[in-house]
Design a protein around this ligand. Structure first.
Ligand code: FAD
Ligand code: SIN
Length: 521
């Protein structure tokens, strides 16, 4: 068994920011970060648009950013949280700059601010169209400078350790004491006992086959917290990004940033009609839920597999300067944005809900904190405003850090039993795992997508139960593998999405069920 002061699960913006801050403040305390792939692999690394922060005080104000966030969230945001997060933005940006992250500046030496859907002003700080890559680079570089941080790549957190694992520990309070960790290189499973544990394990995009997220986004943290009996909330609010690059084979879902629409690109259907003004007066810059639902409606009417993003009228040299990566990726796919429209389609992108936390990032389990995309703070309500996610992770990592600066958690004197895999064998059933994964993803895409209905949701539950039973049997008899654990986690997450969808009786933001009467905005 390994012991540590802080166990952090995940090395994206949320996990790294907390780790750097706490390690800087307490050089004598130990932080262990476990992360299931290479240390930089995360949703964070692929963030394009940037971080929404009010910087231009002449044009913009906290009030306007707060209003935009509340409108996007469609009445379900926690207003005090919205105010808190937005007002902290400039301070958190200063820290990122101190840690060495670079953001684009204009000819006047001021931050070059982008605009995205749902924003009434230019306020998105960015590093070209690879903002997340730059933030991840800077944070990892800082983390490596701190000798009290240990990063364990290719280490998979299987389950949290709570009271239920420790017979001798009698307490009314449900607490977390660390996690069981699978070393993916050696196959060993060991326990990390921690005074405090932070879930910073990111999103769930892979639950839907068609996603902008990388393969790590399998909802592990949410599933672990759910199994440990933490409260999970707002899972029905899965955000579909309107403009993932359409590819015939349907495999890669490279994102065409919303900032491209902020730069002036138009959405057109196959006939060439610019359809967004028919749906919303903000046209292409309506919030994401509205743009995705409008595209879905266009596709249903036309039977086409995708719509188009038209950049041909834009200043192409300026475009290349702002979006060099998008320009290059399109060219690699033989799309010259100067002359060709980009085929795009909505894809699952972000989860607005997750593990319920309070303003200090505390979950409903003692000593267990959650931060970033796996958490549900109340900021996003029914639909996240673009580029508010990186901001939320920075602010909540700080809040959790502040709380730990005042509370020095110490684990009770307990013995945690080792992982017990007696009677299990190495599974030969890779085909079964792959088959069930494909079935799960198809089920979620077809029955639990942008437009839902009670009938489809109930059918989804039935099919999911079959997959669940088959995978649980396999899990009980098999030695741990990453793909088996991830599949099990995705099944748990899917169950939560479907159940919480059925519980929502009113359409709000990103949630639309044809059997509910659409609420007016
Ligand atoms: P992540 O960055 O996803 O990190 C999660 C970490 O947990 C990873 O290191 C992962 O390997 C690890 N992990 C997961 N499960 C386990 C496990 N079982 N054991 C061990 N480790 C585990 N937001 C914005 O605000 N602005 C943008 O411009 C923007 N653009 C985006 C573009 C794309 C293509 C995508 C996919 C997302 C974008 N988002 C954007 C959303 C934003 O990037 C994410 O919400 C945010 O980065 C999440 O950070 P995180 O630290 O919570 O999780
Ligand atoms: C994008 O660049 O379009 C993604 C922004 C976000 O998800 O916040």
């Amino acid at each position: 068994m390994v012991t540590t002061d802080y166990l952090v699960i995940g090395s994206g913006i949320a996990g790294l920011t907390f780790s750097v801050k706490i390690a800087e403040k307490f050089p004598d305390r130990k932080v262990i970060i476990v992360t299931k792939a290479n240390e930089d692999e995360s949703n964070t690394k692929y963030a394009q648009g940037g971080v929404a922060i009010v910087l231009d005080k002449e044009q913009d104000s906290f009030k306007k950013h707060i209003k935009d966030t509340l409108i996007a969230g469609d009445g379900l945001c926690h207003e005090a949280v919205v105010k808190l997060v937005i007002k902290e933005g400039p301070k958190r940006l200063k820290e990122l700059l101190l840690w060495g992250a670079n953001f684009d500046v204009n000819a006047n030496g001021k931050f070059d601010l982008g605009k995205e859907g749902g924003h009434s002003e230019y306020r998105v700080v960015h590093h070209k169209d690879i903002t997340g890559y730059e933030i991840e680079r800077a944070l990892l570089e800082r983390a490596h400078q701190l000798s009290n941080i240990t990063i364990l790549p290719h280490h998979f957190a299987i389950d949290l350790v709570t009271n239920h694992h420790i017979e001798s520990y009698k307490s009314e309070t449900l607490s977390c004491f660390g996690a069981y960790i699978f070393n993916q290189n050696t196959g060993d499973i060991f326990t990390i006992k921690a005074n405090s544990t932070l879930l910073a394990s990111g999103g769930i995009g892979c639950v839907y086959g068609h996603t902008t997220n990388p393969v790590i986004a399998t909802g592990d943290g949410i599933a672990m917290a759910y199994r440990a009996k933490a409260r999970i909330k707002d899972m029905e609010f899965v955000q579909f990004h309107p403009t993932a690059l359409y590819e015939e084979k349907g495999e890669s879902s490279f994102l065409i940033s919303e900032a491209v629409r902020g730069f002036g690109a138009y959405l057109r259907n196959k006939k060439g009609h610019r359809f967004m003004p028919d749906y919303d007066e903000r046209a292409e810059l309506a919030s994401r839920d509205i743009v995705s639902q409008s595209i879905d409606s266009e596709l249903k009417k036309s039977g086409e597999p995708h719509v188009y993003l038209d950049c041909t009228h834009l200043d192409i040299e300026a475009f290349k300067g702002h979006f060099p990566n998008i320009y290059k990726k399109c060219l690699e796919r033989h799309i010259n944005i100067e002359t060709d429209w980009i085929p795009v389609i909505p894809a699952s992108h972000y989860l607005c809900g997750g593990i319920k936390v309070n303003k200090k990032g505390k979950t409903t389990i003692s000593r267990l904190f959650a931060c970033g995309e796996c958490s549900r703070t109340g900021l996003h309500g029914a639909n996240r405003l673009a580029s508010n996610s990186l901001l939320e992770a920075l602010v909540y990592a700080h809040n959790i850090f502040k709380h730990h600066s005042k509370h020095d958690y110490k684990s009770p004197d307990i013995i945690i039993p080792d992982w017990n895999d007696e009677g299990t064998t190495i599974t030969e059933e890779h085909i079964l795992i792959q088959h069930n994964l494909k079935q799960l993803q198809a089920l979620m895409r077809n029955y639990v997508g942008i437009i839902r209905s009670n009938k489809r949701l109930k059918r989804a539950i039935k099919h999911l139960d079959l997959i669940y039973n088959e995978v649980e049997d396999l899990y009980k008899e098999s030695k741990i593998t990453t793909s088996l654990c991830e599949l099990r986690n995705m099944i748990n997450v899917s169950h939560l999405i479907i159940r919480q969808s059925l519980d929502r009786k009113e359409n709000k933001g990103g949630y639309f069920n044809v059997d509910n009467v659409k609420s007016t905005r």
